[in-house]
Ligand binder design. Structure first.
Ligand SMILES: [Zn+2]
Length: 458
């Protein structure tokens, strides 16, 4: 996925959040290297309510990494004490810096009472253009098309022009020349990269897609809307897969110097779609086994791993959640802190419920939820009402599960649940809930990389 998203996979979310003013509604920076965080304008101080540095701006200090000693990787206390008010100094020094190099990340903060609800990426998009019902419909259709999430996400990025086209790179001052790397004759904006470039039009035509001249002048979102209204739901998956494949081939040319012909791109798309349909058809015969290692979900599904860490002495539990696509790429991750938890079973049941809610909120439709508590998973699979002490939690989890288009539960051994385990562990010393999109703490990323390494070679 990284190859498609460029060097910054969270670019899209950061863009949405900053543009929507959502940072004020509960998003915060977690300090890693400090190089992406603006000292004065970003929310990065701990505690409630959200607040920025209140001390007056000092020239020469701009990013948080300026405040970190590059050798010891600890706060430069002398500099900090001499630059900020006592209140800011205390807040900054209370932030624990990572021991190993970690990049900065954005997360949502939730109070223990969950006042900040996690909004789904999909809902965010609808809110973003709530006046425009056509666009909301388009988002819904993109989201519902039977494709892996990376393909749907790329289609969204095209719609919002969050694609690193040559023109966007010029605007971001990364490049100087906005010309299309394919035809070298026109500016590469998202319309050109999606459908206007001669090369891309040839691919579209070979796949049987045509549009009139006036449609060719449309903006990307209007063009896609036109394409969707002219074609069946079945074809929508083909349309956005084609956009993805065209962009993929373009990146191969730009970054690896590999030039494919239009015929090769067309063959790739057809093969990819037929494999996708086969894997979906086989799904109906697929029985969920007990897994000893992490098993990726089928192509259009997402896998939700949950685990609970129970602290008996504090009657407190921490839920760890990691949501991944069929290639093992992280879509979402979270830990949530629960107080007044009676026992380990209640903790495990809460983990399942919270995993389901998080998956629903980030817009997953077809999920497989993996947990390593055999008794909880078997209770969830049982069609009869549960009569145990945790019947309430089991009932809640079952009713949330019913809101997905597809939801299956499966038991996994510890080995298959390492990411969620690491997630719950990383929340042990935390005082607030945290949610990530397309990112996770480094211990979880390490576990996820290990899971990917163990996947069968393609
Ligand atoms: Zn071109």
């Amino acid at each position: 996925m990284n190859s498609l998203l460029g060097s910054n996979p969270s670019y899209i979310w950061k863009s949405i959040w900053s543009s929507r003013g959502l940072l004020e509604k509960g998003c915060k920076w977690s300090v890693g290297s400090g190089s992406s965080i603006n000292i004065w304008n970003d929310f990065w101080l701990p505690g409630y309510p959200q607040r920025k540095i209140s001390s007056p701006t000092i020239l020469g200090l701009s990013i948080v990494s300026n405040l970190i000693d590059p050798t010891s990787m600890q706060w430069n206390e002398v500099l900090i004490t001499s630059s900020f008010s006592n209140e800011d100094v205390a807040a900054i020094l209370s932030i624990r810096l990572p021991i190993s190099p970690t990049s900065d990340s954005i997360y949502w903060v939730g109070e223990l009472s969950c006042h900040y609800s996690v909004r789904s990426a999909y809902k965010l998009l609808c809110v973003r253009d709530e006046g425009n019902t056509n666009l909301s419909t388009l988002y819904r259709l993109v989201w519902k098309s039977a494709c892996p999430s990376k393909i749907r996400i790329l289609a969204w990025k095209f719609i919002w022009n969050y694609i690193p086209t040559m023109l966007n790179l010029v605007i971001k001052r990364v490049r100087q020349c906005p010309q299309c790397p394919r035809c070298n004759s026109q500016v590469e904006d998202s319309e050109h990269a999606g459908f206007r470039c001669g090369f891309n039009q040839e691919v579209w035509h070979k796949l049987g897609f045509y549009w009139p001249n006036q449609v060719n002048q449309m903006q990307f979102s209007e063009w896609l809307q036109w394409m969707f209204t002219k074609h069946t739901n079945y074809q929508h998956a083909k349309i956005i897969t084609t956009i993805w494949a065209i962009w993929y081939a373009r990146n191969k040319k730009v970054h690896e110097g590999v030039t494919q012909s239009t015929v090769e791109v067309v063959i790739f798309i057809k093969k990819y779609l037929s494999e996708l349909r086969m894997s979906m058809a086989s799904l109906t015969h697929h029985s969920v086994r007990e897994n000893v290692r992490w098993i990726p979900p089928p192509a259009t599904y997402t896998k939700v791993n949950v685990d609970a860490s129970f602290l008996l002495s504090e009657t407190k539990s921490i839920t760890g959640i990691v949501i991944r696509d069929n290639e093992g790429e992280i879509i979402g991750a979270a830990y949530q802190i629960n107080l007044n938890v009676a026992n380990v079973f209640e903790a495990e049941a809460l983990a399942v419920t919270q995993g389901l809610v998080f998956a629903e909120e980030i817009g997953c439709l077809d999920i497989i939820l993996d947990g390593d508590s055999k008794s909880i998973i078997s209770k969830l699979k049982n069609r009869n009402d549960d009569l145990s002490s945790i019947r309430l939690q089991i009932g809640t989890a079952k009713s949330i599960a019913g809101r997905f288009r597809n939801c299956r539960f499966s038991f996994t051994g510890r080995q298959g649940n390492q990411t969620a385990h690491a997630m719950a562990r990383s929340g042990r010393s935390a005082s607030e809930d945290r949610f990530w999109l397309e990112e996770a703490p480094s211990s979880v990323l390490t576990a996820a990389a290990e899971d990917r390494r163990l996947l069968d070679p393609p």
